[in-house]
Design a protein around this ligand. Structure first.
Ligand SMILES: Nc1ncnc2c1ncn2[C@@H]1O[C@H](COP(=O)(O)OP(=O)(O)OP(=O)(O)O)[C@@H](O)[C@H]1O
Length: 321
């Protein structure tokens, strides 16, 4: 797990995207540090692919800014894009080329010099377990190996940030395990964002998770924080008239808080210091109008469903894909 002192590789600030009148990504801000693997979750149509396409410079934002290793993607797209590797949902493979030919082609697209290419290709193949199939036609490889080629093309130019959109979809369980191990290894050197629907994948691969719903980020925290939810050292509370987060944080026993829509909060607490009684007292004396207080004994799936079934928009709108 990278520390807070690891360099920042991605800084996304107040990013939004509209299609006609419809806001599909709404004021999203987050950061990524070197070595970190970030899982990007959300139901269909939440806005994950749209966000990823903006991060990779394939779609212009309606608002907001994106900095890759301190370079502004909108002001200096060429330099910023050189620091990103992208595996889209449908890998852009040329099946009639061999693995080596294809990686050479992709390297040239990334403006790599002829002299730098052989070492870079060898390195990408080594990292992705492709050393023995360099001369094979991509079309003749198994789906798992084709996915490795997809990842190799995303890292051949040694980018700082690697973005993988649903990298294990359609693979068999053994291939899934291999690709997850590979992603974990990539995280040591690069920063990685993976978009996925598969909740156990997030647990096994990611350091941090972000959940998107109706274009907004509704959860952003470490896997440890997620696991705390699952262990149950957490309370779900609802307040009609909530105070500042700092006031909640001062209550004895509270270790951290996630704010949810509708005045709801997940309150994490240290083992053996359940702050329920203190919360009830504080809510009563502070006029916070407590309407919900439940232990959060949730599975990852429960948490996901809880966060992505509330309407987070001021007025309901069509989010059908
Ligand atoms: N080119 C477009 N024109 C209009 N609406 C679009 C366009 N592309 C995406 N959308 C809409 O934007 C919303 C977000 O889509 P997006 O593909 O980003 O979601 P997602 O979270 O990646 O979903 P999935 O998991 O199904 O890939 C959806 O409601 C979709 O219909």
């Amino acid at each position: 797990m990278p520390s807070q002192n690891s360099p920042l590789t991605l800084h996304v600030k107040e990013l939004s995207r509209n299609y006609d009148q419809k806001i599909v990504v709404n004021n999203v801000s987050f950061e990524l540090r070197k070595g970190e693997v970030l899982g990007f979750l959300g139901p269909n149509g939440a806005g994950k692919s749209t966000t990823m396409r903006m991060l990779t410079g394939n779609l212009a934002p309606s608002d907001g800014s994106i900095q890759i290793c301190g370079i502004d993607l909108l002001e200096n797209p060429k330099a910023a894009k050189a620091k990103i590797g992208y595996l889209p949902e449908i890998p852009p493979l040329y099946k009639e080329l061999t693995v080596d030919e294809y990686l050479r082609f992709v390297g040239r697209l990334h403006q790599m010099t002829k002299s730098a290419l052989p070492t870079a290709i060898e390195r990408a193949k080594q990292r992705c377990g492709l050393v023995d199939v360099g001369n094979r036609l991509i079309g003749n490889l198994s789906k798992g190996y084709q996915q490795r080629v997809g990842i190799a093309q995303a890292i051949v130019h040694n980018p700082d940030v690697v973005i993988l959109d649903e990298p294990t979809v359609g693979l068999d369980p053994i291939q899934v395990r291999e690709i997850r191990t590979l992603i974990r290894e990539l995280g040591g050197e690069h920063s990685v964002i993976i978009s996925t629907h598969i909740l156990p994948e997030v647990e096994s691969v990611c350091d941090r998770v972000q959940i998107m719903h109706q274009g907004q980020l509704v959860f952003s925290d470490s896997i440890e924080a997620l696991k705390r939810h699952m262990k149950g050292n957490s309370l779900l509370i609802g307040l009609r008239n909530p105070p500042e987060m700092t006031t909640l944080q001062k209550i004895t026993g509270v270790s951290s808080i996630n704010a949810l829509p509708d005045g709801q909060f997940i309150i994490h607490y240290e083992a053996d210091s359940n702050p329920s009684d203190l919360l009830i007292q504080a809510a009563s004396s502070g006029g916070w109008e407590l309407y919900l207080l439940n232990p959060a004994h949730a599975s990852l799936e429960d948490i996901f469903v809880q966060l992505t079934t509330v309407d987070v928009t001021p007025q309901s709108r069509d989010t059908a894909p």
